[in-house]
Design a protein around this ligand. Structure first.
Ligand code: PXP
Length: 239
């Protein structure tokens, strides 16, 4: 089965917020992403609400017909309250600091095992599938298994960076991490800096890849190809 494409719409909110009005219309774009074939919508509300606002998440919930994935740091009480109120299909736990430009590391699942275990239990009790953002390291995958999470999200920035130089080297740790996750029965998502250039090779080589969440490159490509074509192009990379 092809991995699902979840479109991260944070960038749309960033453009909207730069003028204070409702252009572009985030809710319309989210619905259109689904209409154009996206199988999920991802948002990553941050405490400063510089892109997705908490209100956006409430507004999106009744509108979406595909998988709603909310990413963020559960250490923020506001994030916990939001996710437990919205009950999306999936929550992805990301260890971001406040004001961080973008996610730049996975969880240390060994050091934070007890905390993650407790948090994941809360989400699972609410019927929300859980995923933990991790680096492609066996120790972190094994640690993730101990937390009871359903899935991991492989942090793909290092893959994307190395891909143009040496794709075999770039993918090697991710294949190993995916194999370990498969052995442990963890579902595999992936994200960060995936693009039209590097996505197909990643999807072809990662056994059991279930979902990718893509924002920056996809929205940037939409300037040239239009949103509908761009989504179709990304879906084709996942075939
Ligand atoms: N996954 C996580 C955890 C992220 O924080 C982000 C960026 O918000 C993405 C995936 C998507 O990354 P990109 O915008 O580079 O596609």
């Amino acid at each position: 089965m092809d991995a699902k494409l979840s479109v991260n719409i944070n960038k749309i909110a960033t453009i909207r917020n730069s003028r204070g009005g409702n252009t572009p219309d985030l809710l319309k774009i989210a619905a259109d992403c689904e209409r154009f074939g996206a199988q999920g919508i991802t948002v990553h509300p941050r405490p400063d609400e510089r892109h997705i606002r908490y209100k956006d998440v409430h507004d999106l919930k009744p509108l979406l017909t595909t998988e709603f994935n909310i990413e963020g740091n559960p250490k923020e009480q506001k994030f916990m309250d939001l996710v437990l109120a919205i009950k999306p299909a999936q929550v992805t736990l990301v260890p971001d600091g406040t004001g961080q430009l973008t996610s730049d590391h996975g969880w240390d699942t060994v050091k934070h095992k007890d905390y993650l275990l407790e948090t994941i239990e809360l989400f699972k009790k609410a019927g929300i599938r859980t995923s933990i953002f991790v680096d492609a390291e066996a120790g972190m995958i094994e640690g993730a298994k101990e937390t009871g999470t359903d899935r991991i999200e492989l942090y793909t920035e290092s893959y994307a960076k190395e891909f143009p130089l040496n794709r075999e080297e770039a993918i090697r740790p991710f294949i190993a991490a995916a194999k370990r996750a498969n052995e442990l029965g963890l579902g595999i998502n992936a994200g960060h800096d995936l693009s039209l250039e590097n996505l197909n090779y990643f999807a072809k080589n990662i056994p059991g890849l279930l979902e990718v969440s893509i924002g920056h490159a996809l929205i940037s490509d939409a300037f040239y190809y239009g949103l509908e074509n761009t989504i179709q192009l990304y879906l084709r990379q996942l075939k």
